[in-house]
Design a protein around this ligand. Structure first.
Ligand SMILES: NC(=O)c1ccc[n+]([C@@H]2O[C@H](COP(=O)([O-])OP(=O)(O)OC[C@H]3O[C@@H](n4cnc5c(N)ncnc54)[C@H](OP(=O)(O)O)[C@@H]3O)[C@@H](O)[C@H]2O)c1
Length: 319
């Protein structure tokens, strides 16, 4: 089938984003077709648009960007047993060139989770990619435990604001870097100490940290080794390979870079927390799912100072 989508036909700036009709692949027997009510913007979208990831993902054009979806199942594959047409779902689909900036998108059935009734489609669309990244960095790779001290860089960003809540709910002591204007908001989400990165060098005021969640890389990552507990300290990065010489110098137990692995059962756990109010999805800005709307949304994301998540709402979905 063909779907309206916002695509790129070559790599470049935000002006490459155009609306077109795209033929989607045939649905596999374990896939569903989702009518997209909302999707969200992640930095990977514009990094890919610029062509920075073209070696890792050598795809043909057109490319439909976007890898978050909240919507309704419109069709199910022949072997799908757990989901039905009409189910309200959200997901982080596989990373293919048929992304979610579209009226319809294809999702493998095991990647789906039930959209919480308590939140809107826009709030749901904000969660999968950023929320799962936070979940996996803290719990699967970082082995964070109750009572431990965790430093989360860029707490006001899409990944950071979920990470703060997940770590706090586990019972960890949460430190985060952010600008002063976001202090009260992040304390409200559960941060025990917010360090204003514009006025204070975190590496001079923190020590004895069990886990650093690095969402920034570069000099910030390098300095992070200094605040970790020797022997048991861990650093998990989502932005670049850690410097293993520094890890050795500071006698750090584990330093590694990770990529999100889409996972429907982990997302379902987060859905349960969203339903019960233990976890909040924070949408900073919403734009329409049109070429102009996506351009504006990318430009905001590219400033690297957006608050919470940037969401694209699909007015064509007749929700
Ligand atoms: N490996 C993976 O699988 C994976 C998955 C998801 C994301 N990522 C990557 O992780 C990074 C973060 O993603 P995101 O979605 O959270 O980005 P984001 O939402 O664009 O992050 C924006 C936030 O960064 C904060 N910030 C900017 N400079 C800062 C600094 N020097 N210190 C502390 N905070 C600072 C800003 O806060 P202020 O406005 O207060 O400055 C803003 O709220 C991106 O590079 C993304 O590509 C990787």
């Amino acid at each position: 089938m063909k779907t309206r989508a916002i695509v790129i036909n070559q790599y470049g700036g935000a002006d490459q984003l155009i609306q077109d009709m795209v033929e989607l692949p045939e649905l596999d027997e374990k896939q569903v077709l989702v009518k997209v009510h909302a999707t969200s913007v992640n930095p990977i979208d514009w990094k890919l648009r610029e062509g920075y990831l073209s070696q890792m993902m050598p795809w043909d054009f057109p490319i439909i960007l976007g890898w978050d979806v909240a919507g309704e199942i419109a069709e199910v594959g022949a072997m799908v047993t757990d989901w039905q047409v009409g189910d309200k779902v959200f997901a982080r689909p596989e990373t293919t060139r048929f992304g979610t900036y579209a009226d319809y998108t294809i999702v493998d059935d095991h990647l789906l989770a039930k959209k919480p009734e308590a939140i809107s489609f826009e709030e749901a669309a904000a969660v999968p990619l950023a929320g799962l990244t936070a979940y996996q960095a803290l719990f699967i790779h970082g082995h964070l435990k109750a009572g431990e001290k965790v430093l989360i860089h860029a707490g006001a960003g899409g990944v950071g604001m979920y990470a703060i809540q997940l770590a706090k709910n586990l019972g960890a002591q949460v430190f985060t870097t952010a600008s002063e204007k976001n202090r009260d908001w992040l304390e409200g989400l559960g941060a025990d100490q917010v360090i204003d990165y514009r006025s204070t060098d975190f590496s001079e005021v923190l020590s004895g940290i069990d886990l650093v969640f690095d969402t920034m890389g570069g000099e910030i990552q390098d300095k992070s080794f200094r605040v970790l507990k020797p022997e048991t300290g861990r650093l998990i990065s989502i932005v670049g390979e850690p410097n293993l010489e520094l890890a050795k110098e500071f006698n750090i137990l584990l330093a590694k870079s990770i990529w999100l692995n889409p996972d429907g059962s982990q997302l379902q756990k987060m859905a349960d927390w969203l339903e019960s109010g233990q976890l909040k999805s924070i949408v900073g800005e919403t734009f329409p799912l049109t070429a102009e709307g996506v351009k504006d949304a990318h430009q905001l994301s590219e400033t690297h100072h957006a608050k919470g998540k940037i969401v694209l709402k699909n007015k064509e979905s007749n929700k």
